[in-house]
Design a protein. Structure first.
Length: 318
């Protein structure tokens, strides 16, 4: 029996990109000895992405399936929904904008089978075409994560990867609400190799990721996979306490030996503001972790499905 490949495509306002995506996928379908199903996830799009998905699924009911969220839950929720509903022996994650080149799937499958791997991932060799400040902070994020995180992230790694059913089942066992898929894929382990490729710009449309959204996403990744910020807060607090104690001893000794001068108010105020700022910084770091705990304890579903061509599917809101 021919094995099945599930292609998960998270979409947010991708009406212009989807036709190009399927055009490119048709070129490589015949090169793969696999039966293919498409899992299209509409992440609360506000354009004609959903009607296009409906049309595609109607034309190919056994091959193309779609799930439409009740609102925008984010790409992490879309990835999770796709993994939950994928039925393939192999599963791949791809962006509709062709920044994940479909032709690489052939090489990824051949490498996976030939080397008996559990996963073949992709990474960008460079970030040509991106703003320099975004590239700088992206590189900084990977260096920082690999220094303080509990799992290693390959620089330039993409969500675009081909996984065996065994690895997908392992990823699905991680049901945390605050998800950072790049970290999760690395954390579960399994034998993985990476293919490097030149950066590819979007084929159509505009990216929905702003600089501040990427920064927030990076901070979430650090908090989810490292407790170093908490350790830093503890060290800063201990250092401030020690420094204040030494300063107090110095002031007392100076007052006993030389009297109590009335000057020094500016420096005192500066010290108070500095220590107060450190306290607020530490409270902010701790608050970030507490906020994550708060969201986890609510046990809200990762997403809610408004519409799907698979109405009887059991994974319609998890």
């Amino acid at each position: 029996m021919q094995m099945l490949l599930s292609v998960i495509v998270p979409c947010f306002n991708e009406e212009k990109s989807l036709p190009y995506f399927f055009t490119e996928m048709k070129k490589i379908e015949q090169k793969l000895p696999l039966k293919i199903e498409y899992i299209l996830i509409d992440d609360g799009s506000t354009d004609q992405t959903l009607p296009l998905m409906q049309h595609l699924a109607k034309e190919n009911p056994k091959k193309i399936h779609y799930y439409s969220f009740s609102r925008n839950f984010g790409k992490e929720a879309a990835i999770y929904a796709g993994l939950q509903n994928a039925k393939g022996d192999y599963v791949t994650l791809m962006d509709a904008d062709l920044q994940d080149p479909p032709h690489l799937l052939v090489e990824m499958y051949q490498l996976l089978v030939a080397h008996h791997l559990d996963c073949v991932g992709t990474r960008r060799k460079n970030r040509a075409g991106e703003p320099k400040i975004r590239s700088f902070f992206a590189d900084l994020f990977y260096r920082l994560m690999n220094r303080i995180g509990e799992t290693e992230l390959v620089p330039g790694v993409r969500d675009f990867r081909l996984m065996t059913r065994k690895m997908v089942n392992a990823v699905l066992q991680i049901t945390e609400y605050n998800r950072f898929s790049k970290g999760i894929f690395s954390w579960v382990g399994f034998q993985t190799e990476y293919i490097a490729y030149e950066n590819v710009e979007r084929v159509a449309g505009k990216t929905s990721w702003s600089f501040w959204q990427l920064l927030k996403y990076s901070l979430d990744g650090i908090v989810n996979f490292s407790d170093v910020p908490l350790n830093i807060a503890s060290f800063v607090g201990a250092f401030s306490c020690l420094g204040s104690g030494l300063a107090l001893i110095f002031i007392v000794i100076r007052a006993l030996l030389f009297g109590d001068p009335t000057s020094g108010w500016p420096s005192m105020v500066s010290i108070f503001l500095f220590v107060g700022g450190l306290q607020l910084l530490c409270l902010g770091i701790i608050g970030k972790y507490i906020g994550k705990i708060f969201l986890e304890t609510k046990k809200r579903p990762h997403y809610l499905i408004k519409e799907s061509d698979q109405e009887n599917d059991q994974n319609l809101g998890k």
